[in-house]
Design a protein around this ligand. Sequence first.
Ligand SMILES: Nc1ncnc2c1ncn2[C@@H]1O[C@H](COP(=O)(O)OP(=O)(O)OP(=O)(O)O)[C@@H](O)[C@H]1O
Ligand SMILES: [Mg+2]
Length: 262
Amino acid sequence: MSTDDISGSEPILRATGLVKTFGRVVGLDGVGFELYPGEVLAVIGDNGAGKSTLIKCLTGAEVPDEGEIRLEGRRVHFKRPQDARAHGIETVYQTLAVSPALDVAANLFLGRELRKPGPLGTVLRVVDRQRMRQRAKEELTKLGISTLQDVTVPVENLSGGQRQAVAVARAAAFGSKVVVLDEPTAALGVRESGQVLDMIAGLRDRGVPVILISHDMPQVFEVADRIHIQRLGKRAATITPRTHSMTDAVAIMTGAAQDGAH
Ligand SMILES: Nc1ncnc2c1ncn2[C@@H]1O[C@H](COP(=O)(O)OP(=O)(O)OP(=O)(O)O)[C@@H](O)[C@H]1O
Ligand SMILES: [Mg+2]
C-alpha cells in the first residue's frame, strides 16, 4: 500500500476489503480503494473485472457483502444511490439513468426539482419549470456544453451522445464532493468526448475529485493522476501515468505482468 500517503493527505473516499458476490459469481474479491482530494482517479480493467461493481458499492447502487467504506474518514453505509447523493457523491452509471420523456432541464434537476416560491411551492410542491430551465442553461454554459442549448427538448429526442452529456452535466453540476463517471465517453463522438474530458479537468480545478472508468487508454493517460487497475475481481495495482506506460498498464490488466506497487 505504498501509494496510501501519496499526497500526504487522507483519502476523501476509502474502501477496504470489499466483497460482493452474485450467487456463485464473485464480482469483488476483497478490494481496497482510495480516492484522494482533488485528483482524477481512473479505474481500468478487462470486461467483468469488477469496475462497475466497485463503483456501485461505493455509490450505494449495490451493498457490499463485506468490507467498509469511509467518506472523509467517517464510516458510511449507503443503501441506495440517494444516500450517496445526499453526501455529495454524484454518479453517472454505465447504464444511463435519464428519463427520456422529460426535457433536458427536468433531467438535470431530477430528484431535486426547484419549487415555486411561497405556498405554491412549499405546500402544493409546484415545480418552477422556468427557473429550472434558466439554471439548466447556466449550468450547461458553465460546463462548456454547446450541443444542448435547447433545454426544453425531451431527452428521448437527443442523440445517444447528447443524452450522455446530460447525465454527465448533472453529475458535474451537483457532485459537491465526488463525481463518478462509468464509461462516460463510450457512446460519444470525438467532439463530445473532448468536452467530457474538459469537464473532468474543470471539476479537478474546482477541487472536486473524479473517478473515471474507461477503456480508452490514451484518454486515461491524458486525464488521470492515478490509475486503479482491476483484474478478476481484485485490485491488481495502482499506478500513475508518470511511472508506468500504457503497455505496462495493459500488461497488469491482462495478468501478463505483476505490479506489487499498490
Ligand atoms: N447484477 C449482477 N448479477 C450477476 N452478476 C453480476 C451482476 N453485476 C455484475 N455481475 C458479475 O460480476 C462481475 C463483475 O462485473 P462488472 O460489471 O463489475 O464488470 P466491469 O469491470 O464493469 O466490466 P465492463 O468493462 O464490461 O463494464 C462479472 O462477472 C459480472 O458478470
Ligand atoms: Mg462496467
